[in-house]
Design a protein around this ligand. Structure first.
Ligand code: FNR
Length: 388
């Protein structure tokens, strides 16, 4: 049994006894505005920005807003349990923190703060390949808490093998392979400020600490950081990979493999054929293909194509507890949270991330209970009304 909902009484109680109010908004849709006021334009723009004119990011919101929950009454929801099983392990809720690179641009403690927040709240943390902190250091800070590793699949197979071995040795259990970002999309917010952290050597920590990466350099990273950055750029972009390359990953990773960025039902079927364990229905928060389908509009097709053969996770546009409920009702088993926790990190470090996790899960639990659900398992598309 879980009690995320108790957070509201903790807040009200603190108000009564000490006069304190939360340091961050509890309506998480307000975080972006607070972050805009507190953070520099480069870092804020890097997180908030999308591809092109932002059409896909808007489509993500529109797709979720199109669905409305139809509450059911007189059901016993006194004992509630939000737990789900993700890739063979029970987790306290269907939420995980999405892989987000370069977190030190938001807060000096970067990924370590976010990972510790996830661990403290029993939420899986997915560490990006483009982390600003080496994966071993993040793992150490998390002790035995659940962590997954996200791979941007390098051009150099030796670096890929080395990343997978390092991730395994440092306790990352699930491999999330992001397929949608083998090149960076046209991102006007970053272009207009000429801001790309990687070119300043931020978000390259996993590469710059990797022996296979270093082997491809003429001089050690600290002696020629510019050459190291150029090598990173060259190795990061690989537009040549196809489904035929996937067995390589299976050969070098013996845990669950999840493909992130799937939007077409045929690609979900290909994922089944490739023998992977799951997919993340995601358009990278609208940061890659501008004009792409809203992620929640892509979800039902993927569920229909492969929902009984793959574990399906969802992200892109999740901002509130009811958004999570909708994604689960549409057939996702779990949901990844992206920008909101980055804003929490930027505004208040680890406590800011914990605040975001606690708010969204409290809101999820209350939404489910008030709509007649004591667990996520009873949700189905029949609990939703599609407005257009
Ligand atoms: C991302 N995302 C991402 N995904 C990934 O697989 N590896 C990465 O390194 C990153 N980096 C990254 C940086 C920033 C600043 C953002 C906002 C996003 C995508 C992320 O995992 C997730 O798909 C989106 O954040 C979901 O969209 P919303 O909910 O943030 O709109």
């Amino acid at each position: 049994m879980t009690d995320w909902a108790a957070f509201q009484y903790e807040i009200y109680g603190a108000g009564v006894f000490t006069g304190a109010v939360p340091r961050l908004p509890t309506d998480l849709t307000r975080l972006e505005e607070v972050a805009r006021q507190r953070l520099g334009p480069g870092p804020f723009g890097y997180v908030a920005g999308s591809a092109g004119d932002g059409k896909t990011a808007r489509a993500n919101r529109r797709a979720l807003d199109r669905y409305e929950i139809v509450p059911r009454m007189l059901r016993d929801v006194s004992a509630r349990d939000l737990s789900v099983e993700l890739f063979g392990r029970k987790t306290a809720s269907p939420l995980a923190l999405a892989p987000v690179g370069v977190q030190s641009i938001m807060h000096p403690d970067g990924e370590v703060a976010a990972a510790k927040a996830a661990a403290a709240q029993s939420i899986p943390f997915i560490l990006s390949s483009a982390s600003s902190t080496p994966m071993e250091q993040v793992a150490e800070a998390m002790r035995d808490a659940e962590r997954w590793f996200q791979l941007y699949w390098p051009k150099d197979p030796e670096v890929t093998k080395s990343f997978l071995a390092r991730a395994k040795n440092s306790g990352y259990r699930v491999l999330v392979v992001t397929l949608d970002t083998f090149m960076l999309a046209w991102r006007p917010t970053d272009l207009d400020t000429a801001y790309l952290p990687f070119l300043r050597g931020v978000g390259t920590a996993n590469y710059f600490t990797d022996p296979a990466f270093e082997a491809g350099l003429g001089k050690p990273v600290h002696e020629d950081p510019r050459a190291a950055v150029m090598h990173f750029v060259q190795l990061f972009n690989d537009a040549s990979k196809t489904w035929d390359n996937l067995p390589f990953l299976r050969e070098h990773w013996d845990g669950p493999i999840v493909l992130k960025g799937i939007q077409h039902p045929d690609d979900a079927r290909k994922a089944v054929d490739a023998g992977v364990d799951g997919v993340v229905v995601s358009n990278h928060g609208g940061r890659q293909v501008n004009g792409a389908i809203g992620a929640a509009d892509a979800l039902p097709g993927v569920v229909e194509a492969a929902g009984d053969r793959l574990e399906i996770l969802f992200d892109s546009g999740i901002r509130t507890g009811d958004d999570i409920a909708k994604a689960l009702a549409l057939g996702a088993r779990g949901v990844l949270l992206g920008r909101p926790y980055m804003y929490g990190l930027g505004i208040d470090g680890q406590p800011g991330v914990e605040h975001v996790i606690r708010c969204i899960l409290a809101e999820l639990e209350l939404t489910l209970a008030l709509a007649g659900h004591s667990s996520v398992g009873s949700l189905s598309p029949a609990d939703l009304h599609r407005t257009s």
